[in-house]
Design a binder for this molecule. Structure first.
Ligand code: SF4
Length: 301
């Protein structure tokens, strides 16, 4: 990762869909920091910034961008862990400084949604937080426990539904290949089942790539976890898609993915399945390409 001087403190990561957004850092790092595949905040000590610190940053950004910004993103990993009244103060300052804002988005955890009272979620939505990005990763209990997600299927369903019923747009992230070669079927089927119950507005796909120094990468190195090949990932994606029966945006808006599969369900389902079938047929008839295309190296952050 390239570090550069910024005029105020910004989150080191944001979703690709927030590329145009003004970024503010509300929390630093991740208080969970145990997911075995994730190296994002391993060396960062978790803290919650004070509303005064964040509001000072908002004022600095207003001096730089004027009233122009239309979308704002709040990081780091679990912004809703902040006290609701403090986050509402930050939201109030955002809307005061940026009169044209249409969307304010944050990363949060499924477990935090599960624990947060519905009245508080409604209060946050009422204060102008509009969209939440949450890592489901998998809906399979065995995989969730293996990757130490700290979340059960039931908690994700309850937390996700509560967020939607409180008015939020919800993006759930799925990691393709997170069950490895062995568990791709159960990953696809159980993830589809959770997604069908939550019915998020967006399903966003990422493909697992090892991150140096993480427990899951070490399992791969010890031969205890077999990375899914690109062909397995495509079979898995097809099975997941086939079993989704909700209206949602199905997006592979990330560089880690093998195919640019983007569409609206259910309208685009057949087109997306045809796209997958064509790629699967090519790989099945050219087995040498499977080895060539499969992710085997480390992700450089
Ligand atoms: S995936 Fe999210 S919750 Fe898990 S350790 Fe990484 S930042 Fe924290």
């Amino acid at each position: 990762m390239i570090f550069f001087e910024t005029p105020y403190e910004m989150p080191p990561y944001r979703p690709p869909s927030e590329a145009e957004s003004v970024l503010f850092r509300v929390t630093r790092g991740c208080h969970w920091n145990r997911c075995t595949f994730c190296g994002m905040y391993r060396t960062e000590k978790f803290s919650i910034r004070t509303p005064e610190e964040v509001i000072a940053d908002i004022k600095k950004a207003a001096g730089m961008f004027g009233e122009l910004p239309r979308t704002i993103f709040l990081g780091d990993s679990d912004v809703l862990i902040m006290k609701t009244k403090d986050l509402c103060r930050i939201l109030e300052s955002i809307y005061k400084e940026f009169s044209q804002v249409m969307r304010v988005t944050a990363y949060t955890r499924g477990k935090t949604l599960y624990r947060k009272k519905e009245e508080e979620l409604r209060e946050l939505h009422g204060a102008g937080l509009t969209r939440l990005h949450v890592g489901l990763e998998s809906g399979d209990p065995e995989i969730l426990s293996h990757i130490k997600k700290g979340l059960t299927q039931e908690e994700m369903v309850i937390g996700g539904r509560k967020a939607i019923e409180s008015g939020f747009q919800l993006s759930l992230y799925v990691i393709l290949g997170i069950g490895g070669e062995e568990r791709w079927r159960q990953h696809a089927l159980n993830t589809a089942q959770v997604l069908n119950q939550v019915a998020p507005h967006f399903v966003r796909l990422r493909t697992y790539i090892m991150q140096q120094g993480t427990p899951l990468a070490e399992e791969v190195e010890r031969g205890e976890f077999t990375l899914a090949s690109c062909l397995t990932v495509l079979y898995e994606t097809r099975l997941l898609l086939q079993n989704l029966n909700i209206p949602t945006m199905f997006l592979s808006d990330h560089i880690s993915n093998y195919l640019p599969l983007n569409g609206k369900l259910p309208e685009d389902k057949e087109r997306l399945i045809a796209q997958l079938d064509s790629a699967i047929a090519q790989l099945e008839s050219n087995p040498h390409l499977v080895e060539e295309y499969s992710h085997r190296g480390y992700l450089s952050l």
